[in-house]
Design a protein around this ligand. Structure first.
Ligand code: AMP
Length: 617
């Protein structure tokens, strides 16, 4: 790749040997130097390929012009393109949104009508992802030496998949990638050797998969140079699993035999090979560390050569930083990338920076990027602040008529400004609002770097679930009918994501009163538990999957508070600068002080007693 000719392969992907660090670095330099030129070529390429698709021809009328594209193709939400996606799912094979065949649909953690949004994917897109993953290697090598002298214990999982009426696969983006040829037949790269055999990653039984991956990681502990999972929540779940299962794991290591309940044939075979023979000394060492009263620094003890933990700790995952720090023994927490089902976006060029300082540089040949300036301010006039990736207090972002607002190109974003990301992808999304709010923090060469601020309209998140104020209202409305039929009124509510234990869970604070007499009613635990379950049943399919299938969210809790609690909350918010006139009860609380105000007035606590129904779409 040279400066005048930034990309060589179709789809704007430069061809290079991923084992060649210098070549990788050079590509990153070129990509970040030639941002404007590459972005223009990406848009040209996408329009040229797809101008005759059903979707674009309606707007472009056969023209291949970029200006016409920006003038006539609207900025859209998922609801706008849903009918086109549904046509694909139902087997219409014409060029609906993409000239390249759509080979599968990627189910996003963002939902529409309670079900995952489905994003198109093409064969070429898998190569784009591989190209992106390969670029992460030279960046890490720049900051950490000797990563080729050992292995990575990455705990990676596949999730359930289903087929659309036309037979297309519908599954999460990472499941799609791990099951692809690009992952399973990846060429050897000495910087990317994993302790988890592919069979353990691809095992659809998440418990067997977790057990086997941890077993392999423990057996190879002296070779492990880095540990991780995609998201912080998944890594913490693995630590919890280890806490619950270390005795059995050690027993397997001691005897050299994997437990009988590991029935997946692929897993049994590869794990037996890794276990190989009885290893009583190794089992003793691990038992010694795990039986310690405190698990502070356990990662460093169990995997003593580990240099860092690779997990995304930005956005909603920031809430796990302190817990991870407790277990990590001071190891750096590295968020390498920012990506989604729609498209892989950006790379963290300073992987060792602290979680709060992480920025991602958008890679200009991944998609054509545009930005909707976000100007809204908090009620008290404050700008957006780092808020664990979800909206602070009551959602401060007021939806504006974004259609009236002009988008800004990647090279034109301004330092310190907030934007919502809009993408035009190689897979058939055109000027699509991703829903993420980003802030420009600086530039790498000519490429802007962004801090992930939060996801639009999300108030609660524990794992990959994204619950909006509206979702919550709907669910609470269904549940409150149950108490209303008993003469009890729900007069106020709010919520927070309690991540003080693993897995975290949603907490609702409810202020209740008896109809007619303004007294706190006598509460039947069974009825209140039913309310908890009803809220859970009413939340979207990603919440229900996390709760039921992945066990990554614990039972929802309702904490009933004494009368006057929400007045105390209002007093607190007003003391913090909220205007009395405009005060509205925040539907989600993040501030520790506000949570303490509510918690100190709790009179009863109830938990959901059954996991909600869930099945793949
Ligand atoms: P999905 O479509 O389910 O793959 O989810 C993608 C979304 O996850 C993005 O649009 C972001 O909201 C969030 N996300 C992905 N990567 C990061 C990251 N590095 N930091 C913060 N949020 C992220």
């Amino acid at each position: 790749m040279t400066r005048g000719n930034p990309c060589q392969l179709p789809g704007m992907l430069p061809n290079y040997d991923p084992n060649d660090n210098e070549a990788g670095m050079k590509i990153l330099e070129d990509l970040t130097e030639n941002v404007e030129q590459i972005q223009q070529r990406v848009l040209e390429e996408i329009i040229t390929r797809n101008a005759r698709t059903d979707y674009l021809k309606g707007f472009l009328d056969g023209q291949f012009d970029k200006q016409v594209f920006k003038k006539t193709v609207p900025v859209v939400n998922y609801e706008d393109i849903k009918p086109y996606i549904e046509r694909i799912a139902n087997g219409d094979s014409s060029n609906i949104i993409s000239a390249e065949p759509i080979i599968e649909l990627l189910t996003s953690s963002g939902t529409s009508g309670g079900q995952p949004k489905m994003m198109p994917s093409t064969a070429e897109d898998l190569h784009r992802k591989t190209f992106f993953y390969n670029l992460l290697v030279p960046v890490m090598n720049k900051y950490v030496d000797g990563l080729d002298e050992g292995k990575a214990m990455y705990l990676l999982f596949v999730k359930p998949e289903t087929k659309t009426p036309s037979g297309l696969m519908a599954r999460p983006v990472l499941t799609s990638y791990y099951k692809s040829n690009n992952f399973q037949n990846r060429p050897f790269n000495r910087f990317n050797v994993y302790t988890s055999p592919d069979e353990t990653i691809l095992c659809s039984d998440s418990k067997q998969s977790m057990y086997c991956q941890l077993l392999c990681g423990l057996v190879q502990r002296q070779e492990v140079l880095r540990v991780g999972a995609v998201f912080a929540s998944a890594f913490l779940r693995a630590i919890k699993f280890l806490e619950d299962n270390w005795k059995e794991l050690c027993s397997n290591i001691r005897t050299g035999h994997v437990s009988d309940w590991i029935t997946d044939p692929g897993c049994r075979k590869v794990v037996s090979l890794v276990l190989n023979e009885p290893k009583p000394e190794l089992a003793d060492l691990i038992e010694h560390d795990c039986s310690s009263k405190s698990w502070e620094g356990i990662i460093k003890k169990l995997w003593p050569r580990t240099k860092y933990i690779e997990v995304i700790v930005t956005g909603s995952m920031a809430q796990y930083v302190s817990t991870l720090e407790y277990y990590s023994g001071g190891l750096p927490l590295v968020s390498t990338m920012y990506a989604s089902s729609e498209c892989y976006f950006g790379i963290n060029f300073k992987p060792l920076s602290k979680p709060w300082d992480v920025s991602y540089t958008l890679i200009p040949n991944m998609a054509y990027f545009e930005f909707l300036p976000v100007k809204e301010k908090n009620e008290d006039g404050a700008q957006y602040v780092q808020c664990n990736g979800v909206c602070k207090e009551s959602c401060m972002e007021k939806e504006t008529e974004k259609e009236d607002v002009e988008t800004v190109e990647l090279v034109d974003v301004k330092l310190g400004q907030y934007y919502e990301l809009v993408v035009t992808t190689f897979t058939g999304l055109y000027r699509y609002r991703v829903g993420d709010i980003l802030m420009v923090t600086g530039f790498h060469n000519k490429a802007p770097q962004f801090r992930f601020v939060h996801r639009r309209n999300v108030v609660l998140s524990i794992d990959t679930d994204k619950t909006s104020e509206e979702d919550l209202l709907k669910a609470v409305t269904k549940a409150k009918v149950i108490v209303e039929s008993l003469g009890i009124l729900l007069i106020e509510y709010t919520s927070y994501a309690d991540t003080s234990s693993i897995p975290g869970h949603y907490v609702l604070f409810w202020e209740l009163t008896s109809k007619g007499n303004n007294h706190l009613p006598v509460l039947d635990p069974k009825i209140m538990e039913q309310c908890c379950s009803t809220v859970e049943e009413s939340l979207d399919s990603v919440y229900r999957r996390c709760r039921r299938k992945d066990n990554s969210i614990g039972p929802l809790e309702i904490r009933v508070v004494q009368h006057g609690t929400f007045d105390a909350l209002m007093d607190f918010c007003v003391s913090q600068g909220s205007s009395v006139n405009q005060y509205k009860t925040p539907r989600c609380i993040k501030s520790g002080e506000a949570i303490n105000i509510l918690d100190s007035r709790v009179v009863a606590r109830f938990f959901s007693q059954k996991a909600p129904f869930w099945e793949p779409v």
